[in-house]
Design a protein around this ligand. Structure first.
Ligand code: ZN
Length: 381
């Protein structure tokens, strides 16, 4: 049986060097659109049932975040729904994966993908629920909708406005899983039916969520960039309609709606932890905001054991980018709590799961736990 590799689907990206036998499939990780950034991969290998499949991603050592490959395991799935981690080695140059294939074809990805079809179904369901409004703020460069979900109990208009944006960096699919979990709890779907936290939180605040800031990059299989090769999280002080419309129109909506707390949800390639980066290095950030942030971080730690604040970025990591970053810009403009939330591509070293690593379900659970922390922040002062 001959081996074949396919990546011409939503989020797919890989380059094939050679695939003559399942014992020696050699691939290259592709670069983002109009960019030298490279890290994301997602492809299907077929014709391998019962064979010991050996894949080599030959240029892993030339990728943007090589620290992302140490202690990293590729994710795989036979059905595109259930993903598991596969033994993976990195020798400084290539990333090698070995797996005995149980079925004819198998998907491999950098992280459990979140598809455009899933987004469409989820937003379609949300719009039918009481208190939920889903509308498109603008179109991406390639014409995909940038949707805003607003959840409110409709009681009065002077409530606080809490914002979440996800997936500015398109390959950070965990961010979209996170907001799915947050929105499911907020709208009391499934196991969250009757959840008093969501009800009480909505009595104090409207919650506004942009589940995917960069649908072009997500569809194209980019790790970070949009279709124009632009890093959206470096555009917030000066976005434009040609190369960063996604930021321009979302920022406009935030400006006109107002903002009392802002969370920009991401994934980190290297660090095996869930952590937050705040606004502490922005000039003018005052003591009240620092205290508010510290209180919130403690609430989030109490809400879920997945979150910690021992490991994270050095506080000056993004100093040179300053107000180009979403959380920095919004925190500075509104003088509000504004944070970048990071989840791992690898696993959470504080509570590792050999089978799944960090995945969509854990990201969803973290999103749901976030509401508990916000509840404590707003409702129990
Ligand atoms: Zn990111």
């Amino acid at each position: 049986m001959s081996v074949s590799i396919a990546s011409h689907f939503d989020g797919g990206a890989i380059e094939v060097i050679s695939a003559v036998s399942s014992a020696n499939v050699r691939l290259r990780i592709a670069s983002d659109s109009r960019s030298t950034v490279r890290q994301w991969f997602y492809f299907r290998v077929s014709g391998v049932r019962g064979e010991l499949l050996t894949l080599s991603l030959d240029n892993a050592g030339d990728c943007t975040y090589t620290a992302g490959w140490s202690d990293y395991k590729v994710v795989a799935s036979y059905d595109g729904e259930n993903w598991f981690r596969v033994p993976t080695q990195f020798d400084g140059r290539a990333l090698r994966v070995r797996l005995e294939a149980k079925f004819d074809h198998i998907y491999f990805a950098y992280f459990e993908p979140y598809s455009e079809v899933r987004r469409a179904k989820f937003l379609g369901t949300l719009q039918t629920l009481p208190g939920v409004c889903v509308r498109d703020l603008c179109r991406s460069i390639n014409g995909k909708p940038i949707s805003l979900v607003r959840v409110s109990d409709g009681q009065r208009t002077s409530k606080k406005k809490l914002w979440f944006i996800a997936r500015q960096h398109s390959g950070e699919a965990m961010a979209e899983w996170f907001v799915e979990g947050l929105l499911q709890r907020l709208t009391r779907q499934g196991c969250w039916e009757g959840d008093p936290i969501a009800r009480d939180l909505l009595s104090r605040a409207d919650i506004l969520v942009v589940p995917n800031m960069n649908p072009d990059g997500s569809a194209l299989g980019n790790l970070r960039m949009n279709a124009a090769g632009i890093d959206l999280n470096r555009q917030w002080s000066d976005p434009n309609a040609i190369s960063s419309p996604e930021v321009l129109y979302v920022r406009e909506e935030i400006m006109s709606t107002g903002c009392d707390a802002f969370f920009d949800v991401h994934g980190d390639e290297a660090l095996p932890y869930v952590f937050a980066a705040g606004t502490e290095t922005v000039s003018g950030s005052d003591q009240d905001r620092a205290r508010e942030q510290e209180t919130f971080v403690n609430h989030l730690k109490n809400a879920t054991s997945e979150f910690q604040n021992e490991f994270g970025y050095a506080t000056n990591k993004h100093e040179k980018d300053n107000l180009q970053l979403a959380a920095r810009f919004i925190g500075h403009h509104f003088g509000c709590l504004a944070m970048t939330l990071e989840m791992p591509f690898k696993d959470n070293a504080n509570c590792p799961d050999e089978r799944t690593g960090w995945n969509g379900a854990r990201s969803r659970a973290l999103g749901a736990a976030m509401l508990q922390a916000l509840y404590w922040q707003l409702c129990q002062r």
